[in-house]
Design a protein around this ligand. Structure first.
Ligand SMILES: Nc1ncnc2c1ncn2[C@@H]1O[C@H](COP(=O)(O)OP(=O)(O)O)[C@@H](O)[C@H]1O
Ligand SMILES: [Mg+2]
Length: 261
């Protein structure tokens, strides 16, 4: 059974002034257990809309969305969401406090949540930094705390919306490798949004390329059968996948630019 299944999903944003915008139309997507699925598309094509619906933050206008075979009813602890920016942390809590927050809400006793938070701090490579507040942390560190906070709640599904988009290239590359290590250790099902082909080829087991909006849907999906050592820009297999994705995306970029002008 698919973990995430969208069938015939449409999303129309209603406008007060009567100019409705149909972002998605007849969007189908199935993500199987343990997949690392990267959803790729031009800016404004509807990637965040898809993620927000799967997260339960937005309701679809048409179609069905199933999570483990059950219709979706709003946000749930089975899905952890990592946002694009690094400003979603609670500024008044330490890094440790931020990671413990969800556990505290669920009534996990103090000692147990300390230990669990420490474990996830280590996992994202920030051992010994737990006492610092968000204002004392770099963008990359804050993004890692955000990931640790989501992982500490042990969701079955990770939903990530361009989580490394604001980071410098070096930090982004480190974070991508850390995410792969975490995914390897926990084998969660991941829906990861990006507009960066290299990021998708580095991370994904499968890549979905979207059409340009409006009324966007999936244009094609590509299996990425590359071992960790093959996920290198100089590897022939990597280059072949990159070219395939680039060819699919190139036309959509041109369409999006034409429509915007
Ligand atoms: N709340 C909203 N109201 C009206 N239009 C929206 C809203 N959110 C997104 N849109 C529009 O829907 C389209 C898809 O947006 P989005 O999903 O954020 O795209 P992406 O994440 O791929 O850049 C865009 O044209 C955007 O302007
Ligand atoms: Mg977006």
């Amino acid at each position: 059974m698919a973990v995430i299944e969208l069938t015939g999903v449409g999303k129309t944003y209603r406008s007060m002034r009567g100019s409705d915008y149909r972002a998605l139309h007849d969007f189908d997507l199935r993500i199987e257990p343990g997949e690392f699925f990267c959803l790729l598309g031009t800016s404004g094509c509807g990637k965040t809309t898809v993620l927000n619906m799967v997260a339960g933050f937005e309701r679809q206008s048409e179609g069905t969305i199933l999570i483990n075979g059950k219709p979706l009813h709003g946000p749930g602890a089975d899905r952890g969401v990592v946002f694009q920016g690094d400003d979603s942390l609670y500024s008044w809590l330490s890094a440790q406090g931020n990671i413990e927050f969800g556990l505290r809400m669920r009534g996990v006793p103090k000692h147990a949540r300390r230990e669990q938070a420490q474990c996830y701090l280590n996992l994202v490579g920030l051992q010994g930094q737990g006492h610092k507040h968000p204002s004392e942390l770099s963008g990359g560190m804050k993004q890692r705390i955000q990931i640790a906070r989501v992982l500490a709640n042990e969701p079955e599904i990770l939903l990530m919306d361009e989580p490394f988009g604001a980071l410098d290239a070096q930090t982004r590359s480190v974070m991508q490798q850390e995410l792969l290590t975490i995914w390897g250790a926990t084998r969660k099902t991941v829906l990861f949004i990006t507009h960066d082909i290299d990021e998708a080829v580095t991370l994904a087991t499968r890549i979905g390329v979207m059409h340009a909006g409006p009324a966007s849907k999936l244009k094609a999906t590509i299996d990425v059968n590359l071992s960790p050592t093959e996920r290198d820009r100089t590897n022939d297999g990597y280059v072949a996948v990159y070219r395939q994705v680039h060819a699919l995306l190139r036309d959509e970029v041109a369409i999006a630019m034409r429509r915007a002008s």
